[in-house]
Write a protein that binds this ligand. Sequence first.
Ligand code: CMC
Length: 380
Amino acid sequence: MVSSSYSPGLEGVIAAETAISILDTDVEQIVVRGYDLIELAKNLQYTDVAYLVIYGHLPSEKESEEFCRHLAQNSDIPEDLYKLFEMMPKTTVAMDALRTGISFMAGYEDPELLHDNSHEANLRKGLNLLAQIPALSVNAYRALNNMPFVRPNPELGYTENYLYMIRGELPDQLSLDAFDKIHTCYIEHEMPNSTFAARVIASTLADMYGAMAGAVASLKGPLHGGANEAAINFLMDINSSGGPENAESYTMEKLEQRARIMGFGHRVYMRKYDPRAKFLMDYIPRLSNETDDGEALASIYKVVEDVMFREKALYPNTDFPIGLLYHLLGIDVPLYTPIFFAARTAGNVAHILEQHDDNRLFRPRVIYNGERGLVTPQSP
Ligand code: CMC
């Protein structure tokens, strides 16, 4: 059966039934497994929300401890991956290194487990990916920038360990709190392009590593996860070309050139405030004196937000405050999207599990607008 309706970019099309999450724009709520994501972020740690996303219910105290212990004990990556990172051309982009690393890791999986798409097997692979992607993402970036590896410390909690590997030293409480909240805000978001990509790949009964590698490729794009890097680069460009006083004219000039300001707009929210951006904004004044340029960037942030609303009626999406917050946390820009992917791993694992548990191959049709009836030239 072929439906006659066509929606470019699949806008408004229902692609799956899911019990994982929904963006309820009427009430401006991101519902995750029945809970409001922002309430989860306010009250719980990332690991408990990751458990909820993957298992469908909040963990008991014992389940939470076991889950965190499992993540800590499995947080290191195969030794050969460290060697691989050293061999990569130094021009490799961190997201590409992450994608390659995930593909490489598939070779270290028990071949039977790799091709077993049962719920239990997928859970084992998914939890390993969740545990290992922090060490993978950070140490790939470290090798590409001639920085010493920082191996995960199994004594530390998941987000503390991640920030420790990023910075090379134990984080303070405020940084840890902000980083954990951002991670939770990124954890799951219904059917963005990368989640859809993961589900489309999984629907061929391809394995979890393949689906996750495809999701990394999707998330890299500036219309999606890459927007957090583009957003801070925009703020820093303004700061280095006149600072806050120049923010209005700089933004206006870009809009006159019909440029997209990354970190604004959203296919689903578009004319409404992204609840994650609203929640995370509060961390900007709390962190803005952590770097020399923090105050100036925070002022520029506000001007750009006002101009975008006045001129385009567009609100920031979550990547706008997160781009700035990661900078205030002292994180290098090329790590922003890999960290986003690490946070989203829980969501993607849940979606791949759901897809494989009740699979139907994605195979849409097209409206053909090419030629027909051409005569094939005869071979001489
Ligand atoms: N800057 C300037 N104009 C914009 C922007 C923007 N960021 N976003 C949308 N518009 C305008 C666009 O020019 C168009 O105007 P017109 O109708 O006059 O041509 C109108 O809004 C509709 O845009 P669209 O591209 O048709 O809408 P879409 O649903 O395809 O786009 C989007 C959604 C997220 C791709 C787009 O808003 C965008 O490019 N934003 C910047 C990139 C970004 O921040 N991405 C992160 C998304 S949220 C996190 C995530 O999921 O990764």
